[in-house]
Write a protein that binds this ligand. Structure first.
Ligand code: SAM
Length: 241
């Protein structure tokens, strides 16, 4: 897989050093290394206490329309919070590949896999933009992550090309609600985006690129705004053939 390596814990050999990754990614990795240990607890308060993140996550997994035995790629899987929801449907005959840039997040995902005794999940440490999707996957999911990837449109295109006929691509992420004054958007995103340039994220409006890419690449495209427009669920499928 281009720029990727299978995650096997602390003993694996580096194929790509951090020096090859640009400054933004270095900063992002450092930020998530610090967050990893307590991510499962702090994420319950993400982006703010009381936010219906778990309900949104469940909705995203349901939108994949999974069946027993399906193969699923979880892009920027973090500590694997989606894994139990996916496992519940695909069962032991299914397969999950979790992809993430940050070693420490993958270490927590690995611990989750071992605790639950799942033998059908593999983890790949890679930049989503460089991940070489395996062919004919049934579903691809990305939750609260893709807007952090500058090449999100390319990731969507690569994933769409790898889907089997009828396979589903689902993205759940945060956004700035429409008609939000600039100062309020900055305040809100200061809370939820401490790792990156807030101005850059607001200016870039990645949810628009994600929407356009999903609409362009997939059939049966749907776009649902959640919780007063602070999040979105984008979904689509690969047409037969
Ligand atoms: C907010 S966490 C979300 C994790 C998980 N998807 C969830 O729903 O809990 C964002 C994750 O995206 C990962 N990430 C950010 N940019 C990435 C990239 N370019 N390629 C792969 N992973 C990336 C980070 O390492 C981090 O684990």
């Amino acid at each position: 897989m281009g720029g990727a390596r299978f995650y096997r814990g602390a003993t694996e050999t580096e194929e790509h050093t951090v020096s090859q990754i640009d400054h933004t990614r270095e900063h992002l990795i450092e930020t998530y290394r610090k967050k990893a240990k307590h991510y499962d607890i702090t994420s319950r308060l993400y982006p703010v206490p009381g936010y219906p993140q778990r309900a949104q996550r469940l909705r995203a997994v349901q939108a994949l329309g999974l069946h027993a035995g399906d193969s699923v790629i979880d892009i920027a899987c973090g500590t694997g919070l989606n894994f139990p929801l996916i496992e519940e449907v695909i069962g032991p005959d299914g397969r999950i590949v979790g992809v993430d840039l940050t070693d420490a997040m993958l270490a927590r995902a690995q611990a989750r896999i071992e605790t639950n005794g799942w033998s059908n999940i593999s983890l790949v440490q890679a930049d989503a933009a460089e991940f070489d999707f395996p062919a004919e996957v049934d579903a691809i999911l990305s939750t609260y992550s893709l807007s952090q990837v500058p090449e999100c449109a390319e990731v969507i295109a690569h994933g769409a090309a790898a889907l089997s006929g009828g396979g589903r691509w689902v993205v759940l992420d945060l956004k700035v609600p429409g008609n939000t004054p600039g100062w309020l958007a900055q305040l809100g995103t200061a809370i939820v985006r401490p790792f990156a340039s807030i101005d850059e994220w607001i200016m870039r409006r990645p949810w628009e690129a994600i929407r356009a890419a999903m609409q362009g690449e997939l059939a049966e495209f749907s776009w649902t705004e959640l919780f007063f427009g602070t999040a979105f669920l984008a979904a689509g499928s690969r047409g037969p053939g």
